[in-house]
Design a protein around this ligand. Structure first.
Ligand SMILES: O=C(CO)COP(=O)(O)O
Length: 252
């Protein structure tokens, strides 16, 4: 049975002190009222080691928002998968549309990152999704399929079992314009078909596919009610403990 997950992506928000406060607050709230799903918080690199020491791992896990495409060495400013793992993090987000668009991350670069993350025992939350023009041209399926094929199709079945997918239509990220539950379901079902073609039916059924893009407490329940939507990858609403918990509670 695939796992239901609500994951937060803090992006480039929160000072170290603010991040510690948020993690503490969330940890307290979820200790008092246990979640019905897996919870992951993905924080900037600088928060990882501090936050790792303060969260109850039976309730939530920690992840990074990125890692380098190189193993180690003279790559000033980069943070390797091995370094991420050494903080206590268990997950890493890769292929976020902001990384693809603003930092030129190609399918090839992402393939390297995915390999290094998996080699260091990190689970990968791999993001895919089309931009508005692609949706308007009816090309969303083609785009998403190419993103999956381009970075994940060389994985072994064993490696693939550590991948979580996150469908994030770029036009819905931070815009307040959520995909409808029907649009999300339609794409998630298609993604499962793409996975089935390559990795087989069991792997497709076992893949957790998250929806991301303006997901909030007010729309999470409707989205998560769809059979192929296994949770969310949350940006803005993950920055307030009450909002994030409101989304987690959509599984109750
Ligand atoms: O990009 C996202 C999560 O990775 C979604 O961001 P928002 O929830 O702010 O739209």
């Amino acid at each position: 049975m695939r796992k239901k997950i609500v994951a937060g992506n803090w992006k480039m928000n929160k000072t170290l002190q603010e991040g510690i406060e948020l993690a503490k607050d969330l940890n307290e709230k979820l200790t008092a009222d246990k979640p019905n799903c897996g919870v992951v918080i993905c924080t900037p690199f600088i928060h990882l080691a501090s936050v790792a020491g303060m969260i109850d791992e039976s309730i939530m896990s920690l992840g990074a928002e990125n890692c380098a495409d190189k193993e180690k060495g003279a790559y000033t400013g980069e943070v390797s998968a091995e370094m991420v793992k050494s903080t206590g993090a268990k997950y890493v987000i890769l292929g976020h549309s902001e990384r693809r668009a603003y930092y030129g991350e190609t399918a090839e670069i992402l393939k390297e990152k995915v390999n290094l993350a998996l080699a260091n025992d990190l689970k990968v939350i791999f993001c895919i999704g089309e931009v508005l023009e692609e949706r308007e041209a009816g090309k969303q399926n083609e785009v998403v399929k190419a993103q999956i094929e381009g970075s994940l199709f060389d994985l072994t079945a064993e490696q693939y079992s550590n991948i979580i997918l996150a469908y994030e239509p770029v036009w819905a990220i931070g815009t307040g314009k959520t995909a409808t539950a029907e649009q999300a379901e339609e794409m998630h079902a298609f993604i499962r078909e793409v996975i089935e073609e390559k990795f087989g039916k069991a792997a497709a059924e076992d893949t957790t596919i998250l929806y991301g893009g303006s997901c909030k407490p007010s729309n999470a329940k409707e989205l998560f009610a769809k059979p192929n939507v296994d949770g969310g990858l949350i940006g803005g609403a993950a920055l307030k403990a009450d909002d994030f918990k409101g989304i987690i509670d959509a599984w109750k």
